[in-house]
Every structure is written in structure tokens, then in C-alpha cells.
Design a protein around this ligand. Structure first.
Ligand code: NAG
Ligand code: NAG
Length: 210
């Protein structure tokens, strides 16, 4: 490496959106949006407002997410960003192993309303906007507006970029990812792979930080 080096990092593994927009007819005052998944992370948006995140664990992959919502216009626009961190690639009955959403419904805490949207025809889109725009490439770094990072505020699914002068000499350069969580790294527009510092070995250490 030589000269100015751009490093951009996105916190993701394999991510895809599922999207549904429809009209609901309910007089419910306190509706609840309920999502179930058997792996591995969901970030839920309703009418383009972030509702929250939920995930399973190493030992228990399945989880559910529930949030109270307001249905002002009776139009509901649900976007769920799903993250998969991989599936088993060997062993018996592989065809029966799957991960992802299993249920999405809206139910009411003050009346009988309960509608299951699981079998609706959902839209589907792989990846993040920044991946499609390739904002990690030098020529595209200005496609988005970057803001200055204040302190160490942790946000889920954030692109980070930094520029530094490559050290002198021909020795290999390593990045120390100790303070990061999980994601993918590009240097000068080229992906150098993924990291997952927060996933610890039985000894309590990340498998790779450099
Ligand atoms: C959705 O379809 C599956 C498979 O046909 C069925 O088992 C399930 O009961 C359906 N769910 C709803 C809420 O209609
Ligand atoms: C990597 O960064 C961490 C946290 O800043 C630090 O404790 C550690 O010593 C660094 N590792 C190396 C090899 O410099």
C-alpha cells in the first residue's frame, strides 16, 4: 500500500430486505407489530420509521420481536432488514435447515384484531443501498454524505470510512479491529473480508482481530 488509503467498513454479513405495503382496516387503538424469525437478526421499520432490532443467540437461533405501533393512515408499510450469518453446510437433513422470517403479524392489545401477513406476497431485495452504490470505492466516496463520528457512539449497520497515510516500507499492514463488532472491510475499494470480533471462542477471545 502506498499514499492515501481509504478504509470503509460496513457492519453486515448477508443482508436482505423484505417489504410489504398494504391497507389494514382496524379500529385498534394500541396495535402491536409482531415478527418471528429463526435466524439470525432482524431490523424492523414501519412506515420508514425504525422500530428496533432483535436477534437470537448461538444456542437459541429463534426469536421474536414486538413493538407497539401507530396506524394513522391505515396504510402499513413494513420493511424488515434480515441478516443471516451463515447456515450449516454439512450433516443430515440439510434441505430442512433454513433461517429467516417465519411470521409477521399485527395484533391488537385492546380488541380482537389479529392479522397475519406471513403469506402475503412480500417484496424482496438483497443487500444495502451503499453496497449497490459501491460507496467504498474512491470514486463513489462522495455519493453519500458522511458525518463526523462523535466519541464511540455505537449504531447498528453503519458505514465508517477513514483515510490514513500508509506506513513507509514494504511490510504488510494490518488493521486492528478490536474496538469494532462485526462487518466487512474494504481498502481502496477492494473487499479484504469480514470480521466478527464480538463472537468469542470458548476461551472468551475473538478468533481474529487483526
Ligand atoms: C401460510 O401458509 C402455510 C403453508 O401453506 C400454512 O401452513 C400457514 O397456516 C399459512 N398461514 C396463515 C396465517 O395463513
Ligand atoms: C489493538 O487495539 C486494542 C484496543 O485499542 C489494543 O488494546 C491492542 O493492544 C491493539 N493490538 C495491537 C497488536 O496493537
Amino acid at each position: 500500500m502506498s499514499g492515501k488509503t481509504a478504509v470503509s467498513v460496513v457492519v453486515c454479513m448477508f443482508v436482505y430486505w423484505v417489504l410489504l405495503k398494504l391497507e389494514v382496516n382496524t379500529s385498534c387503538i394500541k396495535p402491536l407489530l409482531h415478527v418471528e424469525s429463526n435466524g439470525h437478526v432482524v431490523q424492523v421499520f414501519l412506515n420508514n420509521i425504525y422500530m428496533g432490532v432483535a436477534h437470537g443467540s448461538h444456542d437459541k437461533k429463534s426469536f421474536s420481536f414486538e413493538s407497539s405501533v401507530t396506524l394513522d393512515s391505515h396504510i402499513i408499510d413494513i420493511s424488515i432488514l434480515n441478516t443471516l450469518v451463515g447456515l450449516p453446510d454439512s450433516g443430515a437433513y440439510l434441505e430442512r435447515k433454513f433461517a429467516g422470517l417465519t411470521k409477521v403479524r399485527v395484533h391488537c392489545s385492546d380488541n380482537e384484531y389479529d392479522e397475519d401477513f406471513s403469506n402475503q406476497t412480500w417484496g424482496y431485495q438483497v443487500g444495502l443501498l451503499g453496497e449497490r452504490q459501491q460507496i467504498y470505492k474512491e470514486e463513489n466516496l462522495d455519493v453519500v454524505k458522511w458525518s463526523k463520528m462523535e466519541g464511540s457512539t455505537y449504531e447498528p449497520l453503519t458505514w465508517y470510512k477513514t483515510l490514513f497515510d500508509a506506513p513507509q516500507g514494504n511490510d504488510p499492514v494490518a488493521l486492528n479491529m478490536t474496538t469494532m463488532g462485526k462487518g466487512e472491510i474494504w481498502i481502496n475499494g477492494q473487499s479484504i473480508g469480514r470480521y466478527w470480533i464480538t463472537f468469542l471462542t470458548p476461551e472468551g477471545n475473538p478468533s481474529q482481530t487483526m
